[in-house]
Design a protein around this ligand. Sequence first.
Ligand code: DSN
Length: 453
Amino acid sequence: MISHTHLQQTDPDVAALIAEEDERQRSGLELIPSENHTSPAVLEALATTFSDKYAEGYPGRRYYTGNIVADKLETLVQERAKKLFGVPYANVQPYSGSPANLAVYSALCEPHDPIMGLNLLDGGHLTHGWKFSMTSKFWTSHPYHLKTDGSFDFDEIRALANEHKPKLIWCGGTAVPRAIPFARFAEIAEEVGAYLVADISHIAGLIVGGQHESPAPYAHVITTTTHKTLRGPRGALIMVTEKGLAKNPELGSKIDKAIIPGLQGGPHLNTIAAIGVALHEAELPTFSDYAARIVQNAKTLADALLKRGFTLISGGTDNHLLLLDLTPTGIGRGKFFHLALERIGLYANMNTVPGDTSSPFYPSGLRIGTPAATTRGMGANEMEMIADWIARVAEHIKNEQLPSDKEQRTAAINKFAQTLAADPFYETLRKEVEDMCVKFLIPALAENNTQFA
Ligand code: DSN
């Protein structure tokens, strides 16, 4: 357990809020697929003197003095990333996924060049060209879609690519429950001469753990956040593959320049140190076992939900997440569902489903993931229990429908939130969830941590 002695003395208000958040996490369960719990070693690396140092530039080419150790650190972490993902180039400085993706645009495209990515409502990311993201203001976005069965519509992707001749095609997403067929994307990118960029933020840990194919033979560039299945601190990596360097030997230096001076200032060295720790942990044989258990848990949870009558986009999962399609009981019910689950200590998130006719603020799906539960050591029994709680909540809220009149929606949700507080049904389930969760420790909060020993 990481000590907060100084914090408690210096700032009891912030210390109290941290303790409150520790307790929220301990007594409930993070089922949001993009979240995880890091090891104590990762958290320790974050709270270090590297946090105090500026290091604009790259190893051997810094603007300020005093970076001899920073150079060693950044080089070490670059080498670990290259080895783990099987690539010849890695930039470890992006502050998070969105700046990493912006740097890729800036390195590969001119303003207003055509680009393609998975539509946000079908499970793409904001930065893959969503209409309200700056990426569709600075570049010209032609989004592609999933079919309603959750598979990629390669006929549409090929037709759009031939029509618009994109400079860059993104593959990867945030709510795609099936494997990403990188080779099919690569075929189309090659046909039209586009760069293929794989955003593997969600599945990076599954790739290094051998549970998902690597994009390295197919994509020119790979981006990933470091805090999802990879289980590191909040940060990101940009990597160039052998194939990318063969297409353009300047790609590495273009990306370096796009990060600094193009987009960012000084790198967060403490985060880079913590990324290094996470990459080291991901190299260990225990990580492959972890990745396998994430997928096994997701499949068990999917089966348990299907058995209880739920509909899943694509009928199941190949990875760490499931997407519940709530449309059979009415459109736009995702918000009711995630608020009711939050009330009992299960944190999943409302999400659009492919072809959703409702808005992202009142979507018709629920996204559920197993990375954090698996880190805590949960397995098949717990997946059954989670499915059972989700089913009991679904039955309890079955009459809640989103008003078709948009003006009435906020009032309906507020009224629902009040019933959540008062209804004893939820208190009973909350207690059951807590009783289960406290048996499965969060690594950084455990007194005696054996999992990362
Ligand atoms: N917010 C992330 C997710 O939940 O998938 C994407 O950036």
